[in-house]
Design a protein around this ligand. Structure first.
Ligand code: IMP
Length: 428
């Protein structure tokens, strides 16, 4: 009962989708509380691979209601495309299965154009170019367009036209870029509003009723703790609260309703975009951990296709995000990728200016100057991808998990040893 929160514990792409998919089996509601279609993960349904960017993973469970909370930013064009793709896999996407908060904010082509222009001009941080930052900027400056306006498609179209005309001035004046077609977009978005209006709802009431009725709610985080706008490696972050506080504001639920916080971490570390990454690797080991890109689970962005930066497991960072979120447990993914490496390294401290730091610095400039202090752990050589219980896993892998648990102060209760559903091992 109550709310289980699932969060990224590193820099994103930890494999949250499949853990959500597994936990959604027991959920009555799966709800997104932050971010937009900058997130992404793939789910295999029969022979079809469906990419989810915004729709919660509970859409694949017929009894589950899926909610997009007020903390989300929503791109109507991309959401409609995603809904159509899910439908083409034979899945019902109707207001019975999906509700959208009336108080979420809308991402428009103008936001995306500005995001792209800033990135191209060299002033960006390596965003996904989904317009996320610019949509949240409008929200914070109280000039944003809320999803609720889609209930009046004509007014929504007018607002889109006005927004686009304003953006066109900035595109011309600041970036020397040509205009977007404001009229054409107004027509397209009024039409999108007509299609999405039936999904709009007061999601505060939905959550209140669900809690009162003892429903099981899964809050599905997007991005991750170290990309949180307040607690991540600012300014190399996304523009929302990807930490547990984001659940309370982004879904409108009381804190005491949260009964379980599961952090998802990879057995090594990855990051896309700019920003400090203390345990980052180059060379052969980096190639080994990243993979060639031939497999969908190799380390290439699911939204942008960018190769991910890779590094050793950072226990300093995970201890920080475990404390920050009150994590009750950790799901550790991709342990199979470490099979066959003779010596594994875990970062247990940071060195900066000759001093060892045991805690994650809040000052990103300090973090950028940190070098890792490693502990070496003997690796395992067994192919773990066929193992299905904790008991079967090799002793050296257990030792790796125990060391992480001790260093980070949190239990590892779920591990993954491959991309398939059955390759997820849950402790009993
Ligand atoms: P934005 O969220 O597109 O503005 O990008 C801001 C930063 O967050 C960039 O470094 C992105 O690479 C990163 N980011 C955003 N979404 C994800 C994600 O789902 N996985 C990993 N990194 C992400």
């Amino acid at each position: 009962m109550g709310i289980t929160v699932l969060l990224g514990a590193q820099w994103g792409d930890e494999g949250k989708g499949r853990i959500v998919d597994a936990l959604a089996q027991d959920a009555d509601i799966v709800a997104r509380f932050n971010g937009g279609d900058n997130a992404g993960h793939s789910i295999t349904i029969g022979s079809q691979v469906v990419k989810l960017h915004l729709v919660p993973s509970g859409i694949f469970r017929d009894t589950c209601l899926n909610v997009l909370g007020n903390g989300v930013v929503l791109n109507p064009r991309n959401l409609l495309k995603e809904m159509a793709e899910i439908r083409s896999a034979g899945i019902e996407v109707t207001p019975r299965r999906l509700r959208i908060s009336q108080s979420a904010h809308v991402i428009l082509p103008g936001h995306i154009a500005l995001d792209a222009a800033r990135e191209a001009a060299g002033g960006g941080i390596g965003t996904t170019q989904r317009g996320i930052g610019f949509a949240y900027m409008d929200k914070a400056s109280r000039t944003g367009i809320r999803t609720g306006l889609m209930a009046d498609p004509e007014a929504f179209g007018d607002a889109v036209q006005k927004h686009t005309e304003q953006v066109n001035k900035t595109l011309a004046n600041e970036y020397g870029r040509g205009p977007l077609d404001a009229h054409e977009l107004a027509v397209e978005y009024a039409n999108a509003a007509r299609q999405l209006a039936p999904y709009l709802d007061n999601t505060f009431h939905i959550m209140q009723r669900a809690l009162a009725d003892g429903k099981r709610i899964l809050a599905e985080g997007a991005q991750a703790a170290l990309l949180d706008i307040d607690h991540g490696t600012y300014p190399f972050v996304t523009s929302s609260n990807a930490t547990v506080g984001g659940v309370i504001t982004g879904l409108a639920v009381p804190p005491q309703a949260i009964t379980r916080v599961v952090g998802v971490a990879k057995a090594f570390a990855t990051r896309v975009g700019g920003g400090p990454f203390v345990t980052e690797l180059q060379g052969e080991m980096a190639l080994r951990l990243r993979g060639t890109g031939a497999n969908p689970w190799d380390e290439y962005g699911s939204t942008t296709g960018r190769p991910r930066r890779v590094g050793w497991f950072d226990a300093v960072a995970l201890r920080y995000t475990a404390q920050l979120n009150g994590m009750s447990e950790v799901a550790l993914t991709k342990l199979d990728i470490l099979s066959g490496i003779d010596v594994l390294k875990i970062c247990v401290g940071y060195l900066v200016d000759g001093t060892q730091l045991d805690d994650f610095p809040q000052d990103t400039a300090v973090l950028a100057r940190c070098t890792p202090v490693y502990e070496e752990i003997p690796g395992w050589h067994e192919d773990v991808s066929r193992m299905r219980t904790f008991a079967e896993l090799p002793e050296r892998l257990h030792a790796y998990l125990r060391r992480i648990e001790t260093l980070c102060g949190v239990r590892v209760t779920i591990v993954s040893v491959g991309p398939e559903r059955e390759q997820l091992i849950l402790s009993s």
